[in-house]
Design a binder for this molecule. Structure first.
Ligand code: HEM
Length: 331
């Protein structure tokens, strides 16, 4: 049930764009209005989420550690597992963000016959996650060729490296193949592993379907239903310079399908689990140095503290406690 709901939404939205562009010629709505609307929703939602996170009080260092904290000189500290200063934090964070280090140490546990409890290292999630994120990043970087004139050398180079094996005409980008494999893995593990299926919600399936729809429509556009890339670039450049021109006909409906799904992703982003992209940087369990032994951290709003003593608590709930036969200090 939880899979069918997001799938149905994606199919309905697909019909919406196909109908909108093919039969009613709403190119300007899908090419100009919806992208700007999506960007506005993104900006407002993003700022709102960040501000609400920034407002959460973090009076103490609550770093997650799994190694010896720096203390006396003759005790060997693990500066990566228990970062002591900002440089250590940056190193640990870089490994986390670029290589998903904590996911690399993922283990799984199973009760086998015997009964025997076994634990083993589980690397597939790490591999699929890393492949997806890096491929996504490279695809986005390659797309900068539509947003820039002249196209920067680095963007061009990444495109050429991604095309290294020149399979097919036009050549299949390596990252396109990798991202489809990785997303399929991430989807299948949710469907095929019973415990993961049990905890999976529409909010877990929807981003996967949305990403697959974006990648699928992009690949269709490159390999099967070719579109006029010159006109696409004209439109994109006019959009990013905030001087949108009326969209010329003949770009090809598949482009609007692709763009619409991208807009949906952009607008949905701040309200979804995809915000982990920013959350990882704002997480106090990750972004603080663990120097609790070297430095005394005092809660900045400690005094005056409103205390609710046990005696007051008992005064408040004495009758209820007695009814529930809980012993009380004072009759
Ligand atoms: C989340 C953002 C996006 C993702 C993940 C994405 C993904 C893809 C993928 C996988 C392809 C297949 C070929 C390739 O890898 O280059 C593609 C092609 C394409 N995309 Fe996107 N895309 C995104 C955003 C956009 C945007 C914002 C535009 C323009 C407004 C756009 C325009 C195109 C065009 C014109 C092609 C065809 C390229 C060709 O024929 O070589 N995409 N996209």
């Amino acid at each position: 049930m939880s899979i069918m709901f997001p799938l149905a939404i994606i199919l309905l939205l697909l019909l919406f764009v196909l109908g909108g562009v093919s039969y009613t010629h709403l190119e300007n709505v899908f090419g100009i209005f919806i992208p700007y609307l999506a960007l506005s929703i993104f900006l407002m939602g993003f700022i709102y989420r960040i501000l609400s996170w920034a407002k959460s009080p973090v009076p103490f260092r609550i770093t997650t550690v799994c190694g010896q904290e720096k203390s006396l000189d003759w005790i060997k500290a693990n500066r990566l597992e228990s970062p002591f200063n900002t440089l250590d934090v940056l190193k640990r964070m870089a490994l986390e963000v670029l290589l998903f280090r904590s996911l690399f140490r993922n283990t799984t546990t199973e009760l086998k016959e015997g009964p025997t409890l076994i634990h083993w290292s589980a690397k597939w999630l790490w591999l699929a996650g890393l492949t997806f994120h890096w491929s996504f990043f490279i695809i986005l970087t390659r797309h900068l060729r539509f947003f820039t004139e002249p196209v920067p050398f680095a963007v061009d180079l990444i495109g050429r490296l991604d095309n290294l094996f020149e399979i097919g005409v036009p050549a299949l980008y390596l990252t396109d193949a990798l991202i489809v494999i990785a997303l399929t893995h991430l989807f299948l593990r949710r469907v095929l592993i019973p415990r993961i299926r049990y905890i999976s919600l529409p909010a877990d399936y929807f981003p996967l379907f949305l990403l697959l729809s974006i990648i699928g429509s992009g690949m269709l556009m490159r390999h099967i239903y070719k579109v006029d890339l010159i006109k696409v670039k004209e439109l994109v450049l006019s959009l990013v310079s905030f001087r949108p021109v009326m969209v010329a006909e003949g770009i090809g409906t598949i482009f609007y399908v692709h763009l619409f799904f991208v807009c949906l992703l952009i607008a949905y982003f701040p309200f979804s689990k995809l915000m982990h992209l920013c959350g990882v940087f704002l997480s106090p369990t990750r972004n603080l140095a663990n120097n609790n032994r070297a430095k005394r951290h005092i809660n900045p709003w400690n005094y005056p503290v409103k205390v609710h003593t046990y005696a007051e608590y008992e005064d408040e709930f004495r009758e209820k406690m007695k009814t529930a036969e809980i012993p009380v200090d004072k009759e």
